[in-house]
Write a protein that binds this ligand. Structure first.
Ligand SMILES: Nc1ncnc2c1ncn2[C@@H]1O[C@H](COP(=O)(O)OP(=O)(O)OP(=O)(O)O)[C@@H](O)[C@H]1O
Length: 299
C-alpha cells in the first residue's frame, strides 16, 4: 500500500501541497485527477521519492520512500518530464534501466518490441515527443515494478496506442497485482481503467473513493408510470437530480440500489430500472458545490 499522510510542501512560501493524505491500496489502479496547478506532479514527485515533504510522510507498505533504495527498487515511474540521456537510444537506456532496476526483465523488453513501433537504435532525442513517451512505457514496463507511478502518461498518444498502453498496464495489474498510480487533468481519460479515484484541488484532496463505493452509494433510476402525472417520490429518498423525456423519468438518488428499487416499487411503476452511473455523473453530483476548475476536469 502506497500512502501519503498529511503531506505539506511549500515553494517559496507557496503551499503547493496543503496536508495531502492519500491511500493507494495494493493492486489498485488509482486515478489522481485535478485541474492544472492542483499539485498532482508535486505529490507524484513525493511518491517517487524525488521530493522530501516539509512535513507528513510518504510510505510504501509502511516504509518511507525518500532516500530508501530498497523501496524505490520496487517502483518505477514515468514523470511528466521523462529523462533520457540525449545521445542514448532505447537499447542503451534499457541497459541503464537494467542496471538501476532490480527486477528489469530483458524477456519483457523483447516482448514489448512488438507493441511499440520504434527503432531501438535511433537516438531518443531525434524521436518525436510521442515516440519518446512510447519509449518511456517500453522501458518502464520492462522494469516489472510492483508499483507504477505515471504522471499524465497518455497525453499525446493516439487512441490506438492509448488503448494498447492501457491494456498492457491492466494486464500487469491482473497478472502480477501491480499497483498503478496515474494522474490526469481529465477524469474521462481514467474512467474506464481506475478502480480508485482521488481529486486534488489547490493542494488538498477534495475526495478519495473506490469506484465500488461510489457506485454502491449513488444510483440512477429510470421509471415510467401508468398515470399521466408523475407521482410524488417516497420522501425518504435523497434525489440529487431529476429529468424527464416524454413519460420516462430519470432520477439520480443517493443510497443503496436494492433499497431504492424496493421503495420505488411502492409507486407501481410500469418501468423501473437501475442504470449504472458513469464516473463523470457521480462526480458531477458529489462535487456539486466545487469550484469551476474542478468541474472542468469532469465535463
Ligand atoms: N519547483 C517549484 N517551485 C515553485 N513552485 C512550484 C514548483 N513546483 C510546482 N510549483 C507550484 O505548485 C503548484 C502545483 O504544481 P504542480 O505542477 O504539482 O501541479 P499539477 O497539478 O501537476 O499541474 P499541471 O496539470 O498543470 O501539471 C503550482 O502552482 C506550481 O506553480
Amino acid at each position: 500500500m502506497l500512502e501519503a499522510k498529511n503531506v505539506v510542501k511549500t515553494f517559496d512560501g507557496f503551499r503547493a501541497l496543503d496536508g495531502v493524505s492519500m491511500t493507494v491500496p495494493q493492486g489498485a489502479v488509482y486515478g489522481l485527477v485535478g485541474p492544472n496547478g492542483a499539485g498532482k506532479s508535486t505529490i507524484i514527485r513525493h511518491f517517487t521519492g524525488i521530493y522530501r515533504p516539509d512535513s507528513g510522510e510518504i510510505t510504501l507498505d509502511g516504509q518511507p520512500v525518500y532516500e530508501n533504495p530498497a523501496v524505490k527498487g520496487r517502483m518505477a515511474a514515468i514523470p511528466d518530464d521523462w529523462y533520457f540521456f540525449p545521445q542514448a537510444s532505447i537499447r542503451e537506456m534499457a541497459r541503464l534501466y537494467a542496471g538501476t532496476h532490480p527486477f528489469f526483465s530483458w524477456d519483457r523488453y523483447h516482448k514489448l518490441r512488438e507493441v511499440f513501433p520504434l527503432s531501438e537504435k535511433q537516438p531518443l532525442r531525434r524521436m518525436s515527443k510521442v515516440m519518446q513517451k512510447q519509449a518511456a512505457f517500453w522501458l518502464t514496463m520492462s522494469c516489472m515494478p510492483e508499483v507504477l507511478v505515471l504522471d499524465e502518461p497518455v497525453d499525446g498518444l493516439d487512441p490506438v496506442m492509448r488503448r494498447q498502453v492501457w491494456s498492457l498496464l491492466l494486464g500487469d495489474v491482473a497478472d502480477r497485482g501491480t499497483t498503478v498510480l496515474v494522474s490526469s487533468h481529465n477524469l474521462r481519460e481514467l474512467e474506464d481503467v481506475c478502480d480508485h479515484v482521488g481529486i486534488l484541488n489547490k493542494g488538498k484532496v477534495l475526495l478519495e473513493r473506490s469506484l465500488s463505493d461510489l457506485q454502491d452509494n449513488t444510483v440512477k433510476i429510470q421509471a415510467a408510470y401508468a398515470a399521466a402525472e408523475e407521482p410524488a417520490l417516497p420522501p425518504e429518498l435523497e434525489v440529487l437530480h431529476r429529468s424527464a423525456v416524454g413519460r420516462v423519468y430519470t432520477y439520480i438518488i443517493r443510497g443503496k440500489r436494492e433499497d431504492i428499487l424496493h421503495r420505488m416499487q411502492a409507486l407501481s411503476p410500469l418501468l423501473l430500472e437501475a442504470i449504472p452511473l458513469t464516473l463523470e455523473e457521480i462526480f458531477i453530483y458529489e462535487l456539486g458545490g466545487a469550484d469551476y476548475a474542478v468541474r472542468e476536469i469532469i465535463l
